[in-house]
Design a protein around this ligand. Structure first.
Ligand code: HEC
Length: 139
């Protein structure tokens, strides 16, 4: 059972966490489904898939803690924020479970599920149009 600890002050904003962590981990998983991409063959590449999944789980947890960004206050205080963040952690758990079983189809299905998790939160909370690939200031 989780211990109820006081909130840890955040050191960066949501946009930075998205660009620097969530997006990279997700693309690591999605790369598996890309045409011409061979499924992981070595132990090392399966471990990389596990690590991407773990990064998504930790990101989901992290997003519930809050943010330093002024722009983020109105996001993290809304009730739906925690729900969407939890969905991200859950999607990571599903991917991790499949990766541990070395189940390629399971990881692909987890990747499809992940897309809907990203999109449903973005629909509700992302103000700016997508700027994929750019790293904004920490806010
Ligand atoms: C809990 C809500 C939430 C979830 C889940 C979420 N995002 Fe985000 N994401 C945001 C918000 C809010 C922003 C806008 C941050 C800003 O502009 O300050 C954002 C911004 C981004 C950005 C920055 C550039 C852009 O396009 O605006 C990327 C890239 C991104 N998200 C990728 C993802 C991916 C990939 C996933 C799923 C694996 C995901 N996000 C899941 C809330 C979420």
């Amino acid at each position: 059972m989780a211990v109820d600890l006081p909130a840890v002050p955040q050191s960066t904003g949501i946009d930075s966490v998205m660009v620097g962590l969530v997006d990279r981990a997700a693309h690591g998983l999605w790369a598996l489904g890309r045409a011409g991409m061979a499924p992981p063959e070595s132990e090392t590449s399966w471990q990389a898939v596990e690590q991407y999944a773990i990064q998504l789980i930790a990101s989901g947890d992290y997003l519930t803690y809050g943010s330093t960004g002024e722009i983020d206050v109105n996001r993290v205080e809304r009730t739906g924020w925690k729900v969407h963040s939890q969905e991200l952690a859950d999607a990571g758990m599903i991917a991790l479970d499949a990766a541990i079983r070395r189940d390629v189809d399971g990881v692909l299905a987890a990747g499809d599920n992940l897309v809907t998790v990203c999109e449903s939160c973005h629909e509700e909370y992302r103000l700016a149009p997508p700027m994929e690939g750019t790293v904004g200031p920490a806010r």
